[in-house]
Ligand binder design. Sequence first.
Ligand code: CTP
Ligand code: MG
Length: 230
Amino acid sequence: MPMTASRFFALIPAAGVGARSGAAIPKQYLPLAGKPMLRHVLETFAASAIISQTFVVVSAEDGYIDSLSGDLLACIIVRNGGATRHASVLNGLLAMRSQVADTDWVLVHDAARPGLTGALIEHLIAALRDDAVGGLLALPLVDTLKRASDDGRVLETVPRAAMWAAQTPQMFRYGLLRRALEQAVEVTDEASAIEVLGLQPKLVEGSPRNLKVTVPHDIALAELYLKGFA
Ligand code: CTP
Ligand code: MG
């Protein structure tokens, strides 16, 4: 047994521009159910007693974060977003290094998933806190999957039985995650970087309410969940 128990930190990449959302401002600042999207996420982590500290990575030019932080100043703002989500997360991990041990856990969560709840955070941590690798929230696919040709015709039906859609948080120990992301190229999530090391992240069932707001249609759907109508 280690002398000190591992702690749990949150790292929120919020340095994207939200091009696919079609909004005039970066989507993480869009008002949803009365509050900016990122504020929903920060409040959820701030309210979670198991999270020691939350770090949020924004772009160096971000002109919105100060207006929403207010009483959320307990979170540490890293003004050093990168050109990709991968680079933003890695910059966040580097900024955390003096406060986090290699064996501490980091929960990386998209700013664009405002439907996360404290119960989902607890569910993820309970499933992984004794795990050798770590893992992620994800949802088993329900639709039949088709592989498309370049001209939009079905090439084949892909067996769905073992297919999951990755969500966040993705939870790995600091030392392993940093090493994985420093070595990886062109990964869109943390789990992929861990997979490159030959390890198998654990899939923990998430929730449809934890959708990522990506295209305009998602904005209204996320708002329904936040208002408790769905
Ligand atoms: N992100 C980031 N740094 C980047 C790109 C993305 O921190 N250079 C963050 C986003 O702010 C978001 C999360 O990563 O919280 C998921 O990325 P995505 O949904 O792709 O957001 P955007 O990149 O902002 O959107 P788009 O791809 O439509 O431009
Ligand atoms: Mg993107």
